[in-house]
Design a protein. Structure first.
Length: 337
């Protein structure tokens, strides 16, 4: 797609290209270079499009050889002129890959991690990186006193309504092969509750508070009702959605909105990740899928589908290795059978 080269910059050992996009233009590939020259390092699952002023996009990745840690980021900033373009604001989503776990951190503290265009764009890029690395689990955490304050109302007031990036983020968290874990040590409001609810497991501090405040600004909790009502019976959350009143962590757990409440969220997340890593990767992925699919199937269809799945897995090399390891009282070695 049409892009205009603006300038180069050195970031963490990579020479990274900054592209200025004109109105209506899209960036579909992320490009970086070392001494060997330019190469495409990622084809985005979504296009970054500029609808109003030109936008400056800086995307880089540094290969780290045999190391299990990798830090990546995407930064964007609105620029009025290509000629005097300079790098924009710092990244607001960070990614760290360590021993099969991708940790994605929301770090837009100036607006309480509101769902701005920049944050959503970078969150998509972070999920790209986690999936490319075949992460076994994805942990979604935050910096600052709020996990997410919901929609960026400043952007919503001044720009055209465009909820597609948020919808895609929720879909990706629900559909990605790896289990997703939201870990929350601060307030969660409005759309942030949807972001949290799209994750498979939700670990919150006992002091966390929640509120679905949409009705108090004249809108409905429309998009986020999809992941929320897949977790929570409508009658249990109706009062919160209709009144916008605040509720606490124990209430959230009792209605099924969160899975774990603790004063030490990191310890809980570490235990969950360790458990996930002990399972066979394909078995964990299949288990995530059936947790979503089986409740929507008719009884006989569900039994038939799960019978076939069970027989497929019991005939797999991973099952042979798992049963052999159990008999020999040792840890299984997945994918080696």
């Amino acid at each position: 797609d049409s892009v205009h080269r603006v300038r180069s910059d050195a970031v963490r050992g990579w020479k990274c290209e900054l592209f200025g996009l004109g109105q209506g233009e899209q960036l579909r590939h992320c490009v970086a270079r070392q001494d060997a020259g330019w190469k495409v390092i990622s084809e985005l699952s979504h296009a970054i499009e500029c609808r109003t002023p030109p936008v400056l996009v800086n995307y880089c990745r540094r290969d780290v050889g045999n190391s299990s840690r990798e830090r990546v980021g995407l930064r964007s900033a609105v620029m009025q002129q290509h000629d005097d373009a300079q790098p924009g604001s710092d990244e607001v989503v960070h990614v760290e890959l360590d021993d099969g776990i991708a940790t994605i951190t929301l770090d837009s503290q100036r607006n309480r991690n509101a769902l701005s265009r920049q944050l959503l764009t970078e969150l998509h890029a972070a999920l790209d990186q986690a999936e490319e690395a075949d992460a076994r689990a994805i942990v979604l955490r935050h910096e600052g006193p709020a996990f997410c304050a919901g929609a960026d109302l400043k952007e919503r007031r001044t720009g055209p309504p465009d909820s597609e990036p948020f919808v895609r983020v929720l879909q990706r968290l629900m559909d990605t092969a790896a289990p997703t874990i939201a870990v929350i040590d601060g307030a969660v409001r409005a759309g942030g509750i949807g972001l949290m609810a799209a994750c498979d497991l939700v670990v919150v501090n006992s002091a966390t508070t929640f509120a679905l405040t949409e009705v108090r600004i004249g809108v409905a909790a429309a998009i986020i009702s999809v992941p929320i009502l897949r977790r929570v019976p409508p009658g249990k959350i109706a009062a919160a959605m209709l009144t916008g009143e605040q509720f606490d962590a124990e209430e959230a757990r009792s209605m099924g909105l969160v899975t774990h409440v603790s004063d030490d969220t990191q310890a809980v997340v570490s235990t969950l990740c360790a458990g996930i890593l002990k399972g066979a990767p394909q078995a964990v992925t299949a288990t995530k899928e059936l947790l979503h699919s089986v409740p929507g199937l008719e009884r006989d269809e569900a039994f038939e589908s799960m019978r076939l799945l069970s027989e497929e897995f019991f005939s797999s090399p991973d099952a042979a290795e798992g049963m052999q390891a159990f008999a020999e009282k040792r840890e299984p070695i997945w994918g080696q059978a």
